[in-house]
Design a protein around this ligand. Structure first.
Ligand code: 5GP
Ligand code: ZN
Length: 115
């Protein structure tokens, strides 16, 4: 499916709801998380609607790679010496928006293991 009119992140892609977009190309959009958990907390999403990273890997490994590439370049631009990239998959793992999105977190110490 290209875009889902009921999906909040598809609405951000289309400009129907505002977001602080920090990077965009034909396959990827990145924007600041509304409820940041670190000084850098960017969400990197595919410009096609798909519910999670597992499905995205099946549909387009190329776009999955583009998401990591965008995250890496955003982290590099910000001079982050360390950062974390996370896909939550499924409600039990904390996923609340069912359009695949990579969390890019950095700018503070990050404990391990995560909660
Ligand atoms: P999840 O819990 O699905 O892994 O992550 C969803 C993320 O999307 C959360 O960190 C949440 O703060 C963020 N989020 C939810 N709605 C919006 C929104 O409308 N705009 C932005 N910028 N972030 C959102
Ligand atoms: Zn969507």
């Amino acid at each position: 499916m290209a875009l889902d009119p009921t999906c909040i992140f598809c609405k951000i892609i289309q400009g129907d709801i505002p977001a602080d977009i920090v990077y965009r190309d034909e396959s990827v959009v990145a924007f600041n998380d509304l409820n940041p958990q670190a000084p850098t907390h960017v969400l990197v999403i595919p410009t096609i609607h798909t519910p999670n990273a597992s499905e995205l890997a099946k549909i387009s490994p190329t776009i999955l790679a583009a998401i990591f590439s965008a995250a890496s370049s955003i982290a590099g631009d910000r001079g982050l010496d360390g950062y974390r990239t996370v896909f939550n998959t499924g409600e039990s793992a904390g996923q609340s928006v069912f359009h695949a999105h990579l969390h890019l977190l950095g700018g503070r110490g990050l404990a391990w293991p995560p909660g």
